[in-house]
Design a protein around this ligand. Structure first.
Ligand code: UD1
Ligand code: MG
Length: 412
């Protein structure tokens, strides 16, 4: 397994240099183009501020995503031109094909995200399009790795044997990964710097994992992943500098979809599509916690981001009110239980004047961001975001513990 992108370490140096240049380009381009985006109607109000009247340019992920693609195209040109110029017979077709498929998928999601920012797409498109966009990726995975066999944990081996061929389920899992990663990042959002901050932490953690595995069995796959992650980290970090508190730019769904697909792509092409999920622990928790609102068991407002408290100049958890009569009794009892366990904040109002004198229950909007505020009490937006990013980093640390010491208990 030696077919690296060009000479292994030279490729990494070239990628690092191009990435750094890309980072600076993104930083400059965002400062320069805010007005153009606002003129085009790509803007939003910062809802967690005292003054919500200033327009902030949105969809700035378009700039970081475009520069990312440009860096990747230049990198591909530089790395593969050597083979072309030498008119070698052993041109590394497989790696070339993988790289192009990766860029195709990522480019496609950038387009979908941008379409979502402009047109506000319906949920069904957000689920179907990433699934289809991941098809070419699954095909290159099939050509390169072919096998759909998973190693069975030691505990289950008496039942299932040492390995199990899960066939088409393996590919189903990988296309679901693309849908999950894009949407999971997008719904863990709403405070300055969180969308791009979490992505930078995740990308850096995955890059560290790739470095650890670089000498291992699937060395070329981890190498390719690094060549994709370095420009992603550099361009996203530049975006973060504009998006962090107090935000001068919003990233838009353009960025969240682009970032999610990048993680799915490196996981699939790097042949670590299960490990990559370990770096999504906060997103998994946020997604599971959100399910009642995503499936409308509890009403879901357009925005679930925290609420600004002008008196304290801090953020507190945002709330949703429901008539108790309209809730399934089982749901009502679950809310009471979760609130007793401090996993939710719930408050019953008898004869609520705002709701025709009926009894209502007010609960926090079900996001991890609000849950942290339920636990901590009101927090300043900057502190909240750094707390959430620290939580993301702890998630990554836990991922490494699960992947290395713990996994050796379950696998040999
Ligand atoms: C997702 C969330 C929504 C959350 C929103 C915030 C779900 C199902 N959807 O929706 O609850 O409110 O993201 O991004 O969970 N904004 C800020 N400060 C920020 C970032 C965003 O005020 O730091 C506001 C701005 O008005 C911005 C808007 O959110 O224009 C962008 O929201 P958008 O990305 O379109 O929301 P969704 O992804 O649909
Ligand atoms: Mg969004």
């Amino acid at each position: 397994d030696t077919s690296h992108v060009g000479e292994g370490s030279i490729a990494l140096v070239v990628s690092a240099l191009l990435s750094t240049a890309g980072g600076f380009a993104v930083h400059k381009a965002i400062s320069a183009s805010g007005g153009t985006f606002i003129q085009a109607g790509l803007s939003g109000y910062d809802l967690c501020k005292k003054n919500t009247k200033t327009l902030i340019p949105e969809s700035m992920g378009m700039i970081s995503g475009t520069v990312f693609l440009m860096v990747m195209f230049l990198f591909t040109g530089i790395q593969f031109s050597r083979h072309v110029l030498a008119s070698e017979k052993n041109f590394p077709h497989m790696v070339f094909e993988q790289l192009l498929t990766a860029l195709l998928c990522i480019c496609c999601m950038l387009l979908l995200g941008f379409a979502d920012d402009v047109l506000n797409l319906k949920w069904r498109y957000k689920l179907v399009l990433p699934t289809l966009a991941s098809l070419p990726l699954l095909m290159t995975h099939y050509v390169k790795f072919g096998s759909t066999t998973v190693v069975v944990p030691l505990l289950l081996r008496p039942l299932l044997g040492p390995s199990l061929n899960i066939g088409v389920l393996y590919y189903l899992y990988m296309s679901l990964l693309a849908v999950f990663s894009t949407n999971a990042i997008n719904i863990y959002a709403g405070v300055n710097g969180l969308e791009v901050g979490q992505s930078v932490v995740m990308a850096t953690s995955i890059a560290v994992f790739n470095l650890v595995e670089l000498k291992g069995f699937h060395s070329s796959a981890h190498h390719l992943s690094l060549c994709l992650l370095m420009p992603f980290i550099a361009t996203s970090f530049a975006l973060f500098l504009h998006n962090k508190y107090p935000a001068r730019a919003f990233v838009g769904d353009t960025f969240t979809y682009f970032a999610g697909m990048t993680f799915a792509v490196v996981g699939i092409l790097g042949h670590f599509s299960k490990t990559v999920m370990l770096f999504f622990i906060p997103q998994l928790v946020n997604f599971a916690y959100s399910l009642p609102q995503l499936f409308r068991v509890i009403p879901c407002p357009r925005h679930r981001l925290p609420q600004y408290n002008a008196e304290l100049d801090k953020l507190e958890y945002s709330r949703t009110t429901v008539r108790v009569k309209s809730l399934n009794p089982l749901v009502y009892r679950t809310i009471c239980l979760l609130s007793a366990l401090r996993l939710m904040a719930a408050e019953v109002t008898e004869k609520d004047a705002k709701h025709d004198g009926e009894t209502t229950i007010t609960v926090n909007n079900l996001t991890l961001i609000n849950l942290v505020l339920v636990w901590s009490g009101p927090m300043h937006e900057r502190t909240l975001v750094w707390t959430l990013l620290a939580l993301q980093a702890c998630g990554s640390a836990l991922a490494f513990v699960i992947r290395y010491p713990l996994a050796s208990l379950f696998y040999d």
